[in-house]
Design a protein around this ligand. Sequence first.
Ligand code: JB3
Length: 216
Amino acid sequence: MSDCDNAKLPIVIIGGGGHASVLADILLQQQREIVAIVCPDDINQRAIFSGITHLKRDADISRFSADSVSLVNGIGLMPKSSFRRKLNETFLSLGYRFETVISDSAIVSPFCRLEVGAQILPMSVIQAGATIGSHSIINTGAIVEHDCSVGSYNHIAPRATLCGDVETETNVYIGANATVIQGISVGNGAVVGAGACLTRDLASDMIAYPAKITTK
Ligand code: JB3
């Protein structure tokens, strides 16, 4: 099912905002050791991080050797943003590995494939035959139906639904509560707006907006 190795290394989380807090919550419930949160800003207002060492610079990650920790990128991927990917590529080039995070409440078919660094958040569903590309986020309550192929560095936002056989390329953003009907392809860097219903293929870098509802 997963490309991740099962060595339970201590975790370093990059980022200290909302997405990082959700990932920390999943990992702490799974009794994983989080040895540091790396974030330039104050994290004291988030109780979930209390007691965890706070490092302020990404360069501080080098205090841990690449083979002694597993990294979790806690910076969320927003439309057209490449920051999350750049950070990953920097640390991958230094020999670090990224943890595949799977919430205990997600429903993940044993017949799907999760590539390394994927983040599968609470109550999401990944059905048989689906593939989730490396470093993609399947956010809370999202549904990836049978035989979908989600590319790398995607964000499938909360409660979005990919019906069967949908294919997304790299760096795709599917907004909250959007629906992509069966068999549709979504190109690199494309965005499906929150609440939209995509019924035809979407080319690279295009944006699909939700239909406007007009009332008299
Ligand atoms: O849609 C949902 C459910 N969640 C969104 C998530 C996927 O993406 C959420 O609503 C946010 O819009 C976004 O969450 P994220 O990335 O956690 O955003 P924010 O809460 O603004 O936190 C960003 C964190 O990254 C902050 O703690 C920043 O200090 C930190 N940060 C910024 N630049 C950095 C850097 N951290 C590191 N390590 N290095 C940086 O260069």
